[in-house]
Design a protein around this ligand. Structure first.
Ligand SMILES: Cc1cc2nc3c(=O)[nH]c(=O)nc-3n(C[C@H](O)[C@H](O)[C@H](O)COP(=O)(O)OP(=O)(O)OC[C@H]3O[C@@H](n4cnc5c(N)ncnc54)[C@H](O)[C@@H]3O)c2cc1C
Length: 395
């Protein structure tokens, strides 16, 4: 007989304390579920991300009880995102096209993720930091426990009725489950594992306040915006072949490639990193396996990864956590949770992911980006239509 998973006495284990995992933990704790949140790092930690928090996230922050403190954390309010072709041609997307919240927010992930985690702690979520999930064990078709390795070398097992993979693009639990069940991973939309993301915080940038700028260049694109403490976050995504060409050196890529974008050459001319560069490989956009085992669900990037140029990955992480939380609270078995979650996930994200799969072609081809930016600079209507096609329909 299958266990009846979702009642407040059930133990729910969430792995990964990014916005998806922590917001899910908060939502379930608000309904008195017993939640254990497992995270490999100790917070606050730097995280590779454009750090652009789309204004639709604010509704989530309110519901999660962190809105005021997110706004008070010293980030930059972003009223416009400006896209620049290599020639310097510009097209702007005002944040107010997404909602009337007074702009997006540019805040470091170190701050944002830490504040969410502190909120989860205050609601009684059990938090295991510096523990990585390294394996899992099945009983019949259900996962019974995950094996953890502590940073100091120790080991631990955690049992639960329901497991959530919130480990981001790494999909650690999903991959372990697929391996153990000899399933073929869902590769439908994994078009490439040939991208690398870089990020650091910079001082001395020449950037207008309140604007997030996106630069297209051969083999990739990058985003620049102020965060807290007068620093700016610069994050770029580039084909791995290009990275090899420049010996994986972020500064060489900037000087020799990104500076071919006229606007980037102006804003970054005197910039200096104040931290080490972070780099990660980025593989596969689109929807992944939402349920790799009977009682294992994927949220956030582990469930679907949207292109960074939309600045809406964190929004999708918060939204997917919201719909999984609702499915868990409303339903009484893994089967019904899965049905509800899958249906809602497709309804909310299917169109957005499809639109981005088309726009992606332009993002990595400077000539196409130039044509698109020129075409979109003519009038507001097509630009507004396209920008909103990457966001929730309800807006
Ligand atoms: C180059 C780039 C730029 C981006 N820019 C933006 C942007 O400007 N705005 C935006 O909204 N989105 C952006 N995104 C997307 C955004 O970063 C993600 O959508 C978002 O972080 C997803 O949140 P998540 O909680 O699903 O996963 P993550 O934030 O990746 O969190 C996963 C967590 O799981 C932990 N973890 C991993 N493995 C284990 C393990 N084995 N055991 C325990 N814990 C583990 C990790 O340490 C991490 O804390 C960008 C992405 C990239 C690649």
């Amino acid at each position: 007989m299958k266990s009846q998973i979702p009642n407040p006495k059930s133990q729910i284990v969430i792995v990964g304390a990014g916005p998806a995992g922590t917001s899910l933990a908060i939502r379930l704790a608000q309904e008195n579920y017993k939640v254990c949140l497992i995270e490999r790092e100790r917070f606050p930690r730097q995280k590779l991300c454009g750090e652009f928090i789309s204004p639709e996230c604010f509704r989530h922050f309110r519901e999660l009880g962190v809105f005021e403190e997110m706004l008070a954390a010293g980030g930059e309010r972003i009223v416009e995102t400006a896209f620049y072709a290599a020639s310097g041609k510009r097209v702007g997307v005002p944040s107010k096209w997404f909602n009337d919240e007074g702009g997006a927010l540019s805040l470091s992930r170190a701050e944002m993720d830490f504040r969410l985690l502190e909120r989860a702690k205050s609601l009684g979520v059990e938090i295991l930091e510096e523990f990585s999930v390294v394996n899992l064990s099945y009983e019949k078709d259900e996962i019974r426990l995950v094996n953890l390795r502590a940073r100091d070398g120790g080991a631990k097992e955690v049992f639960a009725d329901l497991f959530v993979d919130a480990t981001g693009r790494a999909r650690v639990l999903g991959k372990l489950a697929e391996k153990q069940k000899f399933q073929i991973p869902n590769t439908k939309s994994q078009i490439s594992n040939r991208l690398v993301g870089f990020k650091t915080h910079l001082e001395n940038v020449s950037l207008e306040r309140g604007v997030c700028e996106i630069y297209f260049f051969r083999g990739g694109y990058g985003g620049l915006s102020y965060v807290e403490n007068g620093l700016a976050n610069f994050c770029f995504l580039v084909r791995a072949g290009v990275v090899r060409e420049f010996s994986s050196d972020a500064e060489q890529i900037i000087e020799n490639l990104i500076f071919q974008n006229k606007r980037a050459a102006e804003t970054l001319a005197r910039a200096r990193p104040v931290r080490d560069w972070l780099a990660v490989s980025v593989d596969g956009f689109g929807e992944k396996n939402l349920r790799a085992a009977e009682n294992l669900f994927a949220v956030g990037d582990a469930g679907a990864f949207i292109d960074p140029f939309t600045g809406s990955g964190m929004l999708m992480a918060l939204e997917s956590a919201e719909i999984l939380a609702a499915a868990v609270i409303e339903n009484s078995s893994a089967e019904t949770i899965a049905e509800k979650y899958k249906t809602e996930h497709t309804r909310r994200f299917g169109r957005r992911l499809f639109v981005c799969s088309l726009l992606r072609r332009a993002a990595f081809a400077p000539a196409l980006a130039q044509i698109l930016i020129s075409a979109l600079s003519v009038g507001n209507t097509p630009r507004k239509f396209l920008a909103r096609a990457t966001r929730p329909r309800e807006v």
